[in-house]
Design a protein around this ligand. Structure first.
Ligand code: RB5
Length: 149
């Protein structure tokens, strides 16, 4: 099951991508927002991240105006690897090398056609594993503390 969520800035793009996913028969759970009314992106990001970490969903898509706020919020969760992608090459490589479990899109940065292409590559590219698995594990050990400086 794929989780999807957006704030008001990503609402229209989310609707467009939901149409595409539904047509492809891909199971999606929509965590909101459900209108163009202003809302807070960290809350939506949190709901999508918790759904992935609990195992309810395998991967997710988050959309806001720039994609930056959603990325910042999602990457605060241990076990979440959220990748903001604005072109297909990054979408391919973040699956192959980072095993990204959330794709983040900026609806005010890219158009729906490009977003659809990026999403398709993100969903259909497997993780390479090998040396990249070691590095992905290391991501969980990196801390932001300055205790030892
Ligand atoms: C909302 O106006 C906007 O701040 C939000 O969608 C996002 O771009 C934040 O990073």
């Amino acid at each position: 099951m794929l989780a999807i969520g957006s704030d008001h800035g990503g609402f229209e793009l989310k609707k467009a991508l939901l149409d595409v996913l539904n047509k492809q028969g891909i199971e999606v759970k929509d965590f909101g927002t459900y209108s163009c009314d202003s809302c807070d992106y960290p809350a939506i990001a949190g709901d999508v991240c918790r759904a992935i970490l609990s195992g309810e969903c395998d991967r997710g898509v988050l959309i806001c105006g720039t994609g930056i706020g959603m990325s910042m919020a999602a990457n605060r969760f241990s076990g979440i690897r959220a990748a903001l992608c604005s072109e297909p090459y990054s979408a391919e490589m973040t699956r192959r090398h980072n095993d990204a479990n959330i794709l983040v899109l900026g609806a005010r940065v890219i158009g729906p056609g490009l977003a659809e292409k990026i999403l398709d590559i993100y969903l259909n590219t497997p993780f390479d594993g090998g040396r990249h698995a070691r590095r992905v594990t290391m991501l969980e050990q990196v801390t932001g503390s300055d205790e030892n400086s």
